[in-house]
Design a protein around this ligand. Structure first.
Ligand code: BJW
Length: 240
């Protein structure tokens, strides 16, 4: 690493939750295999066939809540790291599951939204939900039907809390991307922003992606994330 690490930003993608039983998007058996992306992950798809989109997210919300789906050692290692890390730390996840929070992570930005939330398209108010909802569900704020949508970010929409994320990227000394294919902008460009500001960049993934980080660690997140974070922590504490 180029300089002492005081500030860390971690970006996670679907790969970190794969070993918890949540399907990734672009794998051969991934979520997109059964659905055209433009049908279930765009505002146009939602306008065309809302019932299909409600069903897609209702099924995923139910799947998230089965007892077998729980945080794996990679989620737990990130939460432990946040508790012990003496400097700044921000976890940015593209995932809409709640496994980071369930593992104990505190400072988490869900840049692509959250599966256990819905939003009123009239007022933009956001509500928690663990239940199915659809076009016929009465909105809690305006009492109308047809106003609720999943609180997720589809293609063509602006991800959440971008200003906060870019500020952290510009300040960080270490940027780590875990389990993301690097196919989706703007998350795919985060490592370059961090790098332009002289951060050390590391990619932890099951396979090498096309992105050029300073360091690439190949393996399952549950195995490589705890070891990597232990190394970062030990190096930082030794330098104190
Ligand atoms: C393991 C593992 C294990 C497996 N251990 N690893 C043309 C060129 C460039 C960009 C564009 C373009 N045309 C349009 C765009 C922009 C567009 C975009 O990027 N399109 C691309 C498809 C080209 N982006 C947008 O529209 C975004 N908005 C935007 O750009 O607004 C403008 C703006 C930005 C910033 C400031 C101001 C303005 C919005 C993108 C929204 C993405 N939404 C989704 C759905 C969210 C809700 C839901 O979950 O349903 O987000 S799509 C989907 O992809 C989801 C994910 O978060 C996202 C990323 O996927 P991820 O996490 O990388 O998963 P996979 O499956 O791709 O990869 C898994 C990885 O894990 C693999 O690498 C495996 O190897 C690895 N893995 N098991 C470790 N055990």
């Amino acid at each position: 690493m180029k300089r002492p690490v005081k500030s860390v930003v971690v970006l996670t993608g679907a790969g970190i939750s794969a070993e918890s039983g949540i399907r990734t998007f672009r794998a051969a058996d991934g979520l997109w295999e059964e659905h055209a992306i433009e049908d279930v992950a765009t505002p146009e798809g939602f306008a065309r066939n809302p019932q299909l989109v409600y069903r897609f997210y209702n099924e995923r919300r139910r799947a998230l809540q089965v007892p077998q789906v729980k945080p794996n050692p990679a989620h737990l290692a990130l939460a432990r790291f946040e508790q012990r890390w003496p400097g700044d730390f921000l976890l940015v996840t593209q995932n809409i599951d709640n496994l980071h929070e369930r593992a104990g992570s505190r400072r988490v930005i869900h840049m692509h939204g959250e599966l256990l939330k819905m939003r009123c398209i009239n007022t933009n108010l956001v509500f928690s939900t663990r239940e199915d909802f659809d076009f016929d569900t009465e909105c809690r704020c305006c009492r109308n039907v047809g106003n609720l949508r999943p609180h997720v970010v589809w293609f063509g929409e602006i991800p959440f809390q971008m200003q906060e994320i870019y500020q952290a990227l510009e300040r960080c000394d270490l940027f780590v991307a875990i389990g993301t294919s690097g196919n989706v902008y703007p998350a795919s460009g985060f490592y370059q922003v961090a790098r332009q500001h002289h951060a050390y960049t590391a990619e932890l993934n099951l396979e090498r992606t096309g992105s050029r980080f300073d360091e690439h660690l190949i393996g399952k997140a549950s195995a490589i994330v705890p070891a990597f974070l232990d190394r970062v922590l030990a190096t930082a504490l030794a330098g104190c």
